[in-house]
Design a binder for this molecule. Structure first.
Ligand code: PGA
Length: 251
């Protein structure tokens, strides 16, 4: 048995205004017990500061959904890691498949983003995962190997446990088609073995979670697998009752 603390993150994507974020947290925070999994909410940029202030008296932490790899400069429309730290953000999602697909986020950029996040004191939540065509072509492991190698190229092996990795098969995101618990375990185990090849102890400590149509009805079974340390939840995290049930399933 691992002694990794389960990790549950709510990726709200481009949903919830500041007002909606505050209303959610006002109800959600008192319901989060003193013990249990690490719980992280990832609102849109504009709601981050208010979310940090609301979460200050709780053990819920706040993450951004993206960042730029440079600290400052002529990058119109971007936000840097030190800017996120300045307002008390603790973590940041990087490499989400929607950013890879719609905003051209590349492995080369991720190779710079992950160390930039760590250097600023942010916990990167690195998303990796194969598309449906890649799974059908039996390329899942090759894709994961390529993404992990490229995205973590500049991370010192002993620092690997400062990251959270989310295995998010692209075909399961927002589709209602959850990976089976066995498929998730198999891929997460494979990722852990990739980390193990770089640093055995860090690999055993690194939280690797599953994401893709996690719901209250499937969360417990997914997280019962030995290598699966939690969930990155999209759609179901927008609903307070559903997200609270997923958090409760990780206890
Ligand atoms: P979903 O999204 O739970 O809506 O499938 C997961 C994610 O994109 O992180």
């Amino acid at each position: 048995m691992s002694d990794r603390t389960p990790y549950i993150a709510a990726n709200w994507k481009m949903n919830k205004t500041i007002e909606e974020t505050e209303a959610f947290l006002a109800e959600f925070l008192p319901a989060v017990g003193a013990e249990g999994p690490d719980v992280v909410v990832c609102p849109p940029f504009l709601a981050l500061k208010s979310a940090v202030e609301h979460c200050a008296q709780s053990r819920v932490r706040v993450a951004a959904q993206n960042m730029h790899e440079e600290e400052a400069g002529a990058f119109t429309g971007e936000v840097s890691a030190p800017m996120l730290r300045e307002i008390g953000v603790d973590a940041v999602i990087v490499g989400h498949s929607e950013r890879r697909q719609y905003f051209n986020e590349t492995d080369e950029a991720l190779a710079r983003k992950v160390p930039a996040a760590l250097a600023a004191g942010l916990e990167p939540i690195l998303c990796v995962g194969e598309t449906e065509a890649q799974r059908d072509a039996d390329e899942t492991e090759a894709v994961l190997e390529r993404q992990v190698a490229a995205d973590l190229a500049a991370v010192a092996p002993a620092d690997l446990d400062r990251l959270v990795i989310a295995y998010e098969p692209v075909w399961a995101i927002g589709t209602g088609r959850t990976a089976t618990a066995e498929q998730a375990q198999e891929a997460i185990r494979f990722i852990r073995d990739l980390l193990r090849a770089r640093d055995e102890e860090a690999a055993d400590r690194t939280r690797i979670v599953y994401g893709g149509s996690v719901k209250p009805g499937n969360a417990a079974e997914l997280m019962a697998q030995p290598d699966n340390d939690g969930a990155l939840v999209g759609g179901a995290s927008l609903d307070l009752g559903d997200f609270a049930a997923i958090v409760a399933a990780a206890r």
